[in-house]
Design a protein around this ligand. Sequence first.
Ligand SMILES: [Zn+2]
Length: 388
Amino acid sequence: MHASNQQDIKSANRAAILEQIRRSAPISRQQIAANLQLSPSTVTMAVQELIARGLVEETGPGVSSGGRPPVLLNLKSGSRYIISVDVSSIFGQRIFQAAVLDLTGHLVASVKHSRELSSGEEMTEAIFDIIDRLIEESGVGLEKALAIGLSLPGLIDSTAGMVIFTGIGICGLPLGELLQERYGLPALLYNSEDVAALGEYYFGAGKGASSLLYFFAGNGVGAGIVLDGKIFPCTRISAAEIGHMTILPDGPPCHCGSRGCLTRLISSDVILDAVRQRCAGQKVASLEDVLQAARSGQKDCLDVIQRCAEWVGIAISNTIHLINPQVIIFDGELFGNDDFFLKLVKEAVSRHSFQYYLPEVQMYRSTLGREAGLKGIGILAIDQVFQS
Ligand SMILES: [Zn+2]
């Protein structure tokens, strides 16, 4: 066999073994060999190398099935980390959150700040600032970090590490390269909703679902799909742009060039404008104010909220007919702190869906919030490190 082929097989085996340990730890060498259909000696050699690299450690003996109890393997906690950053927005303010994750995807430390910004340079500076602050405040040295993962709203080219387009007019920003240059670490960029969907799949209400739709509504609207544990589609640019699904063909124009897109109908600023127009006396500063007024039966607010729920219901129903997800997770300010809005959405989904689909679909509000994105991008960054 050609030497470079042998090398490829060796590193592919090593990545697969590490992946098994990450997902199923504590696990024995024998079990890994059986799961991956590899020879015991291949597993033993690869594990030896992973221990030497400080990524894996042996823990106490497992349960014996007759002979000597097998030694179990774990990822070495506290040895290496991933830096994960999530950018979101509320009313023009960009919220930057950064976290240190261990190799199992658990959050070790996090920091948060908000900024107003209008250019790619300001965005880059704000991301550098939050990472610097995270490193300083967490006490985890940069030398222990393996990679940086960044979750951003908008169209992201993950392969090129490039921001293609964000709602605040930032286009063609090579953030992956800029992060790599500054920190000397591999950097991975992904769309926020895609990685939030993955975070919900691994750690949230959609844990282990064969198909999962994540839907976000707040300052903007977005979605992500996870099928068989992977973001769909596995192409360069994300999909699931539910925000630009046409709901009202004659509706208001959207920045995408179409009209009546969901995002133009239910984004937080649109809802606040609608409430202010209908009811000059109503004091509303946030979506939570509108939801609170609707909960207590204030007619104008309730009308606006019910109309939004109807539109979300139509979009979700269209999506159910297309991909029939096992679980749908709802997140964002529009879903508030209780199930009030979700209940209205479920009623609308029920009105617009082919009834046979409905018993199959489970719908929940996210319990993770922004942590879903931080963890989702962290998991992808860990995967990338393990594969390389
Ligand atoms: Zn649009």
